[in-house]
Design a protein around this ligand. Structure first.
Ligand code: ZN
Length: 204
């Protein structure tokens, strides 16, 4: 399986990092070695001082697809989970400044936190407006809602599958809302999709 991630998908987050508004989805990937599940602790690597949390909705691809048309894209996922796209912002900023790929900042081991629980679309209150949020040490730091995405789930599936075949079990992290910031040792992270707590783990 592979992990596809979308960058710059929420206007307020684009503005907080002073990035350009994208005309099409910004796509990058993480390897399967980046997964961190079971609410296991996240260990800050010793080569960065600035790992940022990015809470994101994650869709799980349920069948093989290539060049998927938008009208059919909704058939390619039926569950939504919650993840954190951990990002070594210091490393990413250096790479961005040189126009280099972001992998070292984004694809490192355990940089893709994923909830064990996924929610069926049919169990969501409103599949077109899914609220989610992240608390650190009991303080709300990020709130998002899928209705604020520049590119919705179907746009993303259509766009990505033009370039990369999607397979059953692939994950797509769909971008983070505003409020990103650094984590530190001892932090307690709790992530919610609607009112369900799907992430609950420590930074070490
Ligand atoms: Zn992200």
């Amino acid at each position: 399986m592979k992990i596809v991630c979308i960058g710059r998908n929420y206007v307020a987050h684009i503005q907080e990092l002073h990035n350009e508004m994208p005309e099409e989805p910004v796509v990058f990937m993480k390897p399967d070695s980046a997964l961190l599940r079971n609410n296991d602790p996240f260990y800050i690597p010793n080569w960065t001082n600035d790992v940022h949390h990015e809470i994101e909705l994650v869709i799980k691809i349920n069948r093989l697809g290539k060049n998927i048309e938008k009208q059919f894209a909704h058939r390619y996922f039926d569950e939504i989970g919650l993840g954190i796209d951990f990002t070594a912002r210091d490393i990413q900023n250096k790479l961005k400044a040189k126009g280099l790929p972001w992998e070292k900042a984004k694809a490192f081991d355990k940089a893709a936190v994923l909830s064990n629980i996924f929610i069926a679309k049919s169990d969501l209150e409103n599949p077109k407006a899914i609220p989610f949020k992240l608390d650190i040490n009991g303080v709300r730091v990020q709130t998002g809602n899928s209705e604020l995405m520049m590119f919705d789930f179907e746009d993303i599936i259509t766009h990505v599958s033009k370039y990369v075949t999607l397979k059953m079990g692939d994950l797509i992290y769909t971008g983070t809302p505003a409020g990103v910031g650094a984590v530190k040792i001892g932090d307690h992270l709790e992530g919610y999709l609607e009112d369900k707590k799907l992430l609950d783990f420590m930074i070490k």
